[in-house]
Design a protein around this ligand. Structure first.
Ligand code: ATP
Ligand code: MG
Length: 368
């Protein structure tokens, strides 16, 4: 798929902007604080109906304005799709071909992007929350139903935590209430975990191939899902997961009442990365951690293609110049002639322009 046109109105530092993109590589060059990432953010927003930088949508509206509009035309094999996000004081509207989509899970999936930003380089090293977010965003793009279960799970989790926190002031029927939340937590949590495990299995295979290529067969990458729910090898179907989750949640209830928070479930899970059987987070070099992050991102591109039959769009915000020549070459080989790519950078120095075969250059200055 390709993004052919982007229109911004009152968005961040853009009063009004219309851009036509090349189907291959588009480079946005400019000094700091000119509006490069704002463009990347707008494209990300069109795909996922939220910003990668902020949860406060009000920040996206240009200062002094009351609304913001982001529109895009996406060329897909089944035809053109027009997408629109409107942000006002009253909230956000998301439209596909001018039809409002009330549920986020109905909107997401029409347009797929993979974003690779400097903070992704810390995917391996950063906090577990970051790795969970990575899983949630990428699975949600391929399977919008995942987002439904995730939203339900988060609702239940919050209610359950409120109840656990307040338990000292408890009346009797609160224990019954807790049991009800348990049932719902297991219901949605088992779905989430099942989908995460299936996704990861496919992602790992792809990531291994990429990693193998970058390291010329010297390093073998493994990704493990660290679940707070004990799962036995071979017993990982959705019903196995549900069964185990039910058991452990009952077991942990006294402790959870004591601590006042939910201690078991996908919201507590994490990923571990190993290179040649050594834990990359604890022992990997910075280069190995970066290569792992890059392998994951490139693996996702292939995985989305495998799942939906089309390549997503790649957004590289300030990262290309951060990669050494070998990694750049690998990235370029992956995207060449098939993945539309938007690259932002302050300078083209350190970027392998010859092999990049870039096609459109944009110069960004003060929101223009
Ligand atoms: P860098 O190279 O440092 O990453 P950049 O070109 O990516 O810079 P952006 O993050 O895209 O910069 O843009 C930042 C600019 O946008 C800043 O000048 C900031 O003041 C401006 N800005 C951010 N939000 C708004 C807003 N709501 N209204 C108007 N301007 C805004
Ligand atoms: Mg930036």
């Amino acid at each position: 798929m390709f993004l052919t046109h982007l229109h911004l109105k009152n968005y961040r530092n853009y009063a009004e902007l219309d851009l036509l993109f090349d189907q291959r590589i588009n480079i946005f060059q400019g000094n700091n604080a000119q509006g490069k990432t704002n463009i990347v953010e707008a494209i990300y927003l069109l795909a996922l109906a939220k910003s990668h930088r902020t949860a406060k949508e009000k920040e996206l509206v240009q200062w002094g304005q009351s609304f913001s509009v982001i529109k895009g035309t996406v060329e897909r094999t089944m035809g053109n799709v027009s997408l629109e996000i409107q942000i006002t004081d009253k909230g956000k509207k998301a439209k596909i071909n001018a039809l409002e989509q009330k549920k986020l899970s109905d909107y997401i999936g029409a347009f797929n992007v993979i974003l690779f930003a400097p903070e992704d380089l810390t995917l391996v090293k950063g906090s577990p929350q970051y790795r969970r977010k990575f899983l949630d965003i990428e699975i949600g793009q391929i399977q919008p139903s995942y987002l439904y279960h995730l939203a339900q799970y988060q609702k239940v989790l919050q209610q359950r935590n409120n109840l656990l926190k307040d338990f000292s002031k408890v009346k009797k029927n609160k224990l019954e209430m807790l049991e009800i939340w348990n049932v719902q937590m297991v219901e949605h949590g088992a779905k989430i975990l099942d989908k995460r495990l299936k996704f990861l299995k496919k992602l790992e295979k792809r990531a291994q191939e990429v990693h193998d290529g970058i390291t010329e067969g010297m390093e073998n990458l493994n990704i493990y899902y660290k679940s707070s729910i004990p799962l036995e090898k071979g017993l990982e179907t959705e019903s196995d997961i549900r069964f185990q989750f039910e058991r452990i949640i009952e077991k942990y209830m006294p402790l959870e009442l004591n601590r006042g928070t939910s201690m078991i479930g996908p919201h507590r899970d994490d990923l571990d990365f190993y290179i040649n059987q050594i834990d990359v987070r604890s022992y990997g070099s910075q280069g190995q951690q970066r290569t792992t992050a890059l392998s994951l991102k490139l693996a996702e591109i292939e995985l989305i293609h495998e799942e939906i039959g089309e390549y997503p769009i790649l957004l590289l915000d300030d990262v290309l110049s951060e990669l050494d020549k070998k990694r750049q070459t690998h990235l370029i080989k992956t995207i060449e002639n098939k993945v539309q790519t938007m690259i932002t950078t302050t300078t083209t120095e350190g970027i392998d322009l010859i092999h990049l075969n870039h096609s459109s250059n944009f110069y960004v200055s003060m929101g223009k």
